[in-house]
Design a protein around this ligand. Structure first.
Ligand code: ADP
Length: 656
């Protein structure tokens, strides 16, 4: 880097001095600020010159003895008094700052007058030195070039006037140079001072502007944050928009804040939320529709900032709050779609500036998100309501169907009850008569007759069993099954029941195995009812196991829940049960056996039954507060997966 030359240095400095970056501050603003600064300094100039004049009067009176002393002293005292009065008046701010230059001119004129008066009494050449001093001094007093030049001209005229007294004196040349130097240095002082002052004002203004922007931004952030919070916590659209409008009106101290939304056809716009002191009693009733300012923003999707509403060509009479003067309108946009308009109105002219648009648009964008959210929420809510209604309708239909089924079931149970009761009497007669015939020696003597009568007897007994089952089912259905509780030794009971199938087991070559049963505790139960349960399960196990198979009995004790439960498992090596019907088989009349086989023996392989056995078993077990279920890998007549029936009974019945 080469060192800058002297000329370069000089040029750089001069350029710095001349080229002042106004940083976007308007010239008029700087001028006003300068006048204000000048005005702020003036009381002190008046005050200090006032005192100086009095000191000068004292010096004149007691130290100097010049011609015209009395007049000079009087003028100095008067000038001092005048300036001191000016000092107090200026201090109280009675003069507007736009008169700053004139007030400065007044003090300058007072000083110039004294300088000239002194010269008038002492027409001495070197008095023009005072004038030179004055000419330099005014360079740092004015901020307006016109006034400065005017005062400078007055001073020069005075000097020319003095020159008129002694035109022939050679010292004039010396004083002329002095006057020139004073004028020149005064001009430089004026320029440098003004430049510094202007720069200070610009900086001050820029700093104020930045501070204002910072405050605005902070406020915008705060509002935005608060709006955001509401968006996430409030889902009802009207409530949310009202809260947002209130928040904005509070934060920005806005006269009127409105959120406008179009109707479905977009032909009319309504204020859905309003806040601020300017909201009329019934809110803004926008009849202008798409015509006014709000309509324009809605149609164009662009913001508007208006200094004087009524002078805008788009303005329609019904779209402003009573005293509103200026307005800022922002589109509520979501992916290019304009959902509505956020409208802020001020009761002052020019209440908003275009520079505020980005800030407010940010808020408007948030409101748009809120709108979108709330609309989605409303849709979901409506959908939910429809869904709920449908569910309610279906539930009612189901309930009705259930009621019908229940009534049907009741009819069935009633039928079973009546039928079984009705069948019982003739059955007893048939039984009795068959028994009588079996006791008759003549019948027994004839082998044919004997066989037929035995057949009648077997059939009647079987029928009695079926009728008994029907009665049991009817009792279970009508919850009128009565239990006579007593301690029951389950292994013993199982043994007894097993013995009843001795013949059948031998016939079918099926082995009945007993597993661990010895250590089971007694259970509190109705022994006869339990007998029926095990009889039924065991009978099924034999019935659905092919010849040569096995039936196994096992038992376990579960200490939990207190005081414990006993589980009996009856397994067979039979045809198994398909998974999908393992629950269904406990329904009454449910059976998979073929009807054709129903008349076959009750323990013959796959011999039919009425489909009541398991329904009765479950009814009895549940009446004992127990559980019964079937387990099987499935139904397969070749692979024979077998089935297990589990019966769990509590050791003690709960106290009623
Ligand atoms: P059913 O009088 O027809 O035997 P149940 O109520 O006793 O009536 O049984 C209902 C159905 O459950 C039977 O038709 C049969 O299909 C099935 N079932 C019951 N026990 C067994 C078993 N141990 N093995 C295979 N299937 C069985």
């Amino acid at each position: 880097m080469t060192k800058p030359t002297f000329a370069q240095l000089l040029r750089r400095r001069f350029n710095n001095l001349v080229r002042l970056d106004q940083l976007g501050v308007p010239d008029e603003t700087i001028k006003q600020a300068l006048r204000k600064t000048e005005m702020d300094g003036l009381p002190f100039i008046y005050g200090s010159f006032g005192i100086m004049f009095w000191v000068y009067a004292a010096i004149q009176q007691y130290l100097l003895h010049e011609i015209g002393q009395a007049t000079m002293v009087a003028v100095a005292v008067g000038s001092g008094a005048f300036l001191l009065i000016g000092f107090f008046m200026l201090l109280r701010g009675v003069v507007a700052s736009k008169y700053a230059e004139r007030v400065t001119a007044v003090v300058a004129t007072v000083i110039l007058f004294t300088v000239l008066l002194r010269f008038f009494f002492n027409p001495n050449l070197n008095q023009s030195g005072n004038l030179a001093l004055f000419m330099f001094g005014i360079g740092v007093m004015f901020t307006s070039l016109h006034w400065y030049i005017f005062m400078q001209a007055v001073a020069l005229a005075a000097w020319v006037y003095i020159f008129g007294f002694h035109p022939e004196d050679s010292e004039w040349l010396y004083f002329a140079v002095m006057i020139f130097v004073a004028t020149f240095t005064g001009l430089v002082a004026y320029g440098v001072r003004l430049h510094a002052l202007r720069q200070a004002e610009i900086f001050r203004f820029v700093e104020q502007r930045q501070r204002k922007e910072l405050v605005e931004r902070t406020m915008q952030q705060q509002t935005s944050y608060a709006v955001g919070q509401r968006i996430t916590s409030i889902l009802e659209l009207d409530n949310l928009l009202t809260q947002i409008a209130t928040l904005i009106s509070q934060q920005y101290d806005a006269y009127y804040v409105g959120v406008f939304l179009p109707n479905k056809t977009r032909l009319a716009i309504t204020a859905v939320a309003e806040a601020g002191s300017g909201v009329p009693q019934n809110g803004l009733q926008l009849r202008a529709g798409l015509k006014g300012l709000v309509g324009w923003v809605l149609a164009n999707g662009r913001p508007l900032c208006i200094d004087d509403i009524t002078r805008d060509f788009r303005y329609e009479a019904d779209e402003k709050a009573p005293n509103a003067q200026s307005e800022i309108l922002l589109p509520l946009k979501m992916a290019e779609k304009v959902l509505g308009v956020l409208d802020l109105q001020s009761d002052k002219l020019g209440g908003f500036t275009t520079s505020e648009i980005p800030n407010f648009q940010l808020l408007a964008d948030q409101v748009a998100i809120a709108l979108e959210n709330a609309q989605l929420y409303a849709e979901i809510k409506q959908f939910n309501q429809q869904l709920e209604q449908k569910v309610a309708e279906r539930t009612q239909a189901l309930q009705e169907a259930y009621g019908r089924l229940e009534r049907l079931d009741k009819t069935k149970t009633d039928f079973i009850t009546i039928a079984s009761h009705e069948m019982r009497t003739p059955l007893t007669i048939v039984n009795f008569n068959a028994q009588m015939l079996l006791d008759d020696d003549e019948i027994l003597a004839n082998s044919y007759h004997k066989k037929w009568v035995e057949g009648i007897n077997r059939g009647a007994l079987r029928m009695e069993e079926v009728v008994q089952s029907m009665l049991d089912v009817a009792k279970i259905d009508s919850s009128s099954l009565e239990l006579y509780l007593a301690p029951v030794d389950l292994p013993f009971l199982l043994k007894q029941v097993g013995n009843r199938f001795k013949e059948a087991l031998a016939q079918r070559n099926i082995t009945l195995q007993r597993g661990e049963l010895a250590n089971l505790p007694e259970v509190e139960a109705d022994v006869e009812a339990l007998q029926k349960v095990f009889y039924q399960i065991l009978m099924n196990a034999i019935k659905y196991t092919p010849d040569g198979g096995t039936v196994q009995l096992d038992g376990r004790f579960h200490p939990q829940p207190e005081p414990g439960e006993v589980e009996i498992i009856i397994s067979d090596s039979g045809i198994g049960i398909a998974l999908e019907i393992q629950e269904l088989i406990f329904e009454k009349f449910y059976q998979t056996g073929e009807v054709m086989l129903h008349s076959s023996g009750k323990t013959s392989f796959k011999g039919g039954g009425a489909g009541l056995g398991l329904a009765i078993a479950r009814g009895i077990v549940e009446a004992h507060n127990g559980r019964i279920w079937a387990e099987s890998e499935g139904h397969d007549e070749d692979l024979l997966p077998g089935s297990q029936f589990h019966i769990v009974l509590p050791v003690k019945q709960p106290q009623e």
